[in-house]
Design a protein around this ligand. Structure first.
Ligand code: PMP
Length: 402
């Protein structure tokens, strides 16, 4: 029996793909996994307008509150005037500008790296870098909780992929010893995007050195948050010089869009030739490059801004612990675990009805049984915003399962 004949009769004139989509959407809905869009009616910020309501925003990765800052807007506006909107082609064709080159030079100085290469998004960076470095006959070792873009980068590379248990450097060492391969590459988030915890970076560096493996880290949620100059967990631990490739995003603490990899000159040259999202995709608008360059100055130079973020992180973490939730001040990300998707959705509704925008995170973003609310803090939150969130969570406490 064909699959089409198993399903309910199609409405008159409905296309085949539409019928497939209907089946899949019904299944997602039944499992509490269907997602939908909700447009903002305001810029990003600690308060956002959604559906006519003003809500305290705990859903954004705009950790330093830069996305709508006057400095970034002015930098983007000036470059928009100079270069226009689109770049017309990939950078290797005619889409390279002085704004791209300046941003790379600024990021290389910020990262204290020999060379930096820009990508259009973090997703493009991770899916481009892995297949450019490893392929058939090689092996990639990937943390079990790595971001989807690293997971897809592993798949696209066609290297053998070994998933090691989350943050377990001992298990990684064993896997490296047991797996024969031409080249071995270890990949990990430094701050995990849905849990906010850290990779055991010093141990990973030591294991990689011992086993002759290269190390690629994703600092998306660490850049602008950790390190004395905001250059991430590698900087915080003094390990920047010992990590082969450090990828960072411009879309989170930098308040813009895009990503970069800080590495050696030969690796940048290889990526520029081989990383498919770099070679075959139109480059970032110059206006975004200019905004990101202004953001690097703010991330590095505005130490009080980062200190404000950390005061908020500590206040929220202490408040959560006082309410009996496990919480550590390790990053700007705080998961409140709820278990099943419906519980996370109910908790998000509870928060929303009380003025908080916080999202229910469900599979496949997180493993089955670990659906959660994900609170993201910003330097732009006031103490009043943090305390309001804690009050709402106090009300939620009694009804939490799992
Ligand atoms: N890596 C990690 C760890 C992320 O959390 C994200 C995005 N949420 C990305 C990469 C992708 O970055 P971008 O949004 O710039 O594509």
């Amino acid at each position: 029996m064909s699959r089409a004949s198993e399903s309910a009769p199609r409405p008159e004139g409905e296309g085949t793909a539409t019928a497939w989509a209907r089946q899949e959407l019904e299944s997602l809905l039944a499992r509490g996994l269907r997602r939908s869009l909700e447009p903002l009616e305001s810029p990003q910020g600690p308060l956002v307008r959604v559906g006519g309501e003003v809500l305290i925003n705990f859903a954004s990765n705009d950790y330093l509150g830069l996305a709508a800052s006057p400095t970034l807007r002015a930098a983007a506006a000036a470059a928009l005037e100079q270069y226009g909107v689109g770049t017309g082609a990939s950078r290797l064709v005619v889409g390279d500008t002085r704004a791209h080159q300046r941003l790379e030079a600024r990021l290389a100085a910020f990262e204290r790296a020999e060379a930096v290469l820009l990508f259009n998004t973090g997703f493009a960076a991770n899916t481009g870098i892995l297949p450019a470095l490893v392929g058939a006959g090689d092996a990639v070792f990937s943390d079990a909780l790595n971001h989807a873009s690293l997971v897809d980068g592993c798949r696209l590379s066609r290297a053998r992929t070994v998933v090691y248990p989350h943050a377990d450097a001992g298990a990684l060492a064993r896997a490296l010893k047991e797996t024969p391969a031409r080249r071995k590459l270890v990949v990990t988030d430094t701050v995990f995007s849905m849990d906010g915890d850290h990779a055991p970076l010093a141990e990973l560096v030591a294991v990689c050195r011992e086993e002759g493996a290269a190390l690629l880290v994703d600092e998306a949620h660490a850049t602008g948050v950790l390190g004395p100059r905001g250059a991430g967990l590698c900087e915080e631990l003094g390990l920047s010089g010992q990590v082969d490739l450090r990828m960072g995003t411009l879309s989170k603490a930098f308040g813009a869009l895009g990503a970069y990899v800080a590495t050696s000159r030969p690796v940048v040259e290889l990526l520029l030739n081989r990383a498919r999202p770099f070679v075959f995709s139109t480059s970032l608008p110059a206006a975004l490059c200019a905004a990101a360059e202004a953001a690097v100055d703010m991330v590095e130079g505005d130490v009080p801004l980062r200190e404000k973020l950390w005061r908020n992180i500590r206040r929220f973490s202490e408040g959560l612990r006082a309410l009996g939730f496990p919480a550590e001040p390790r990053s700007a990300i705080f998961p409140v675990l709820l278990g099943e998707p419906e519980h996370a959705l109910a908790a998000a509704r509870h928060c929303r009805e009380r003025g908080l925008l916080v999202k229910a995170i469900r599979p496949p973003t997180v493993p089955e049984g670990t659906s959660r609310l994900r609170f993201c803090l910003s330097a732009a939150h006031t103490e009043g915003h943090i305390d309001a969130a804690l009050d709402v969570l106090r009300g939620l406490r009694g009804s939490i399962h799992g």
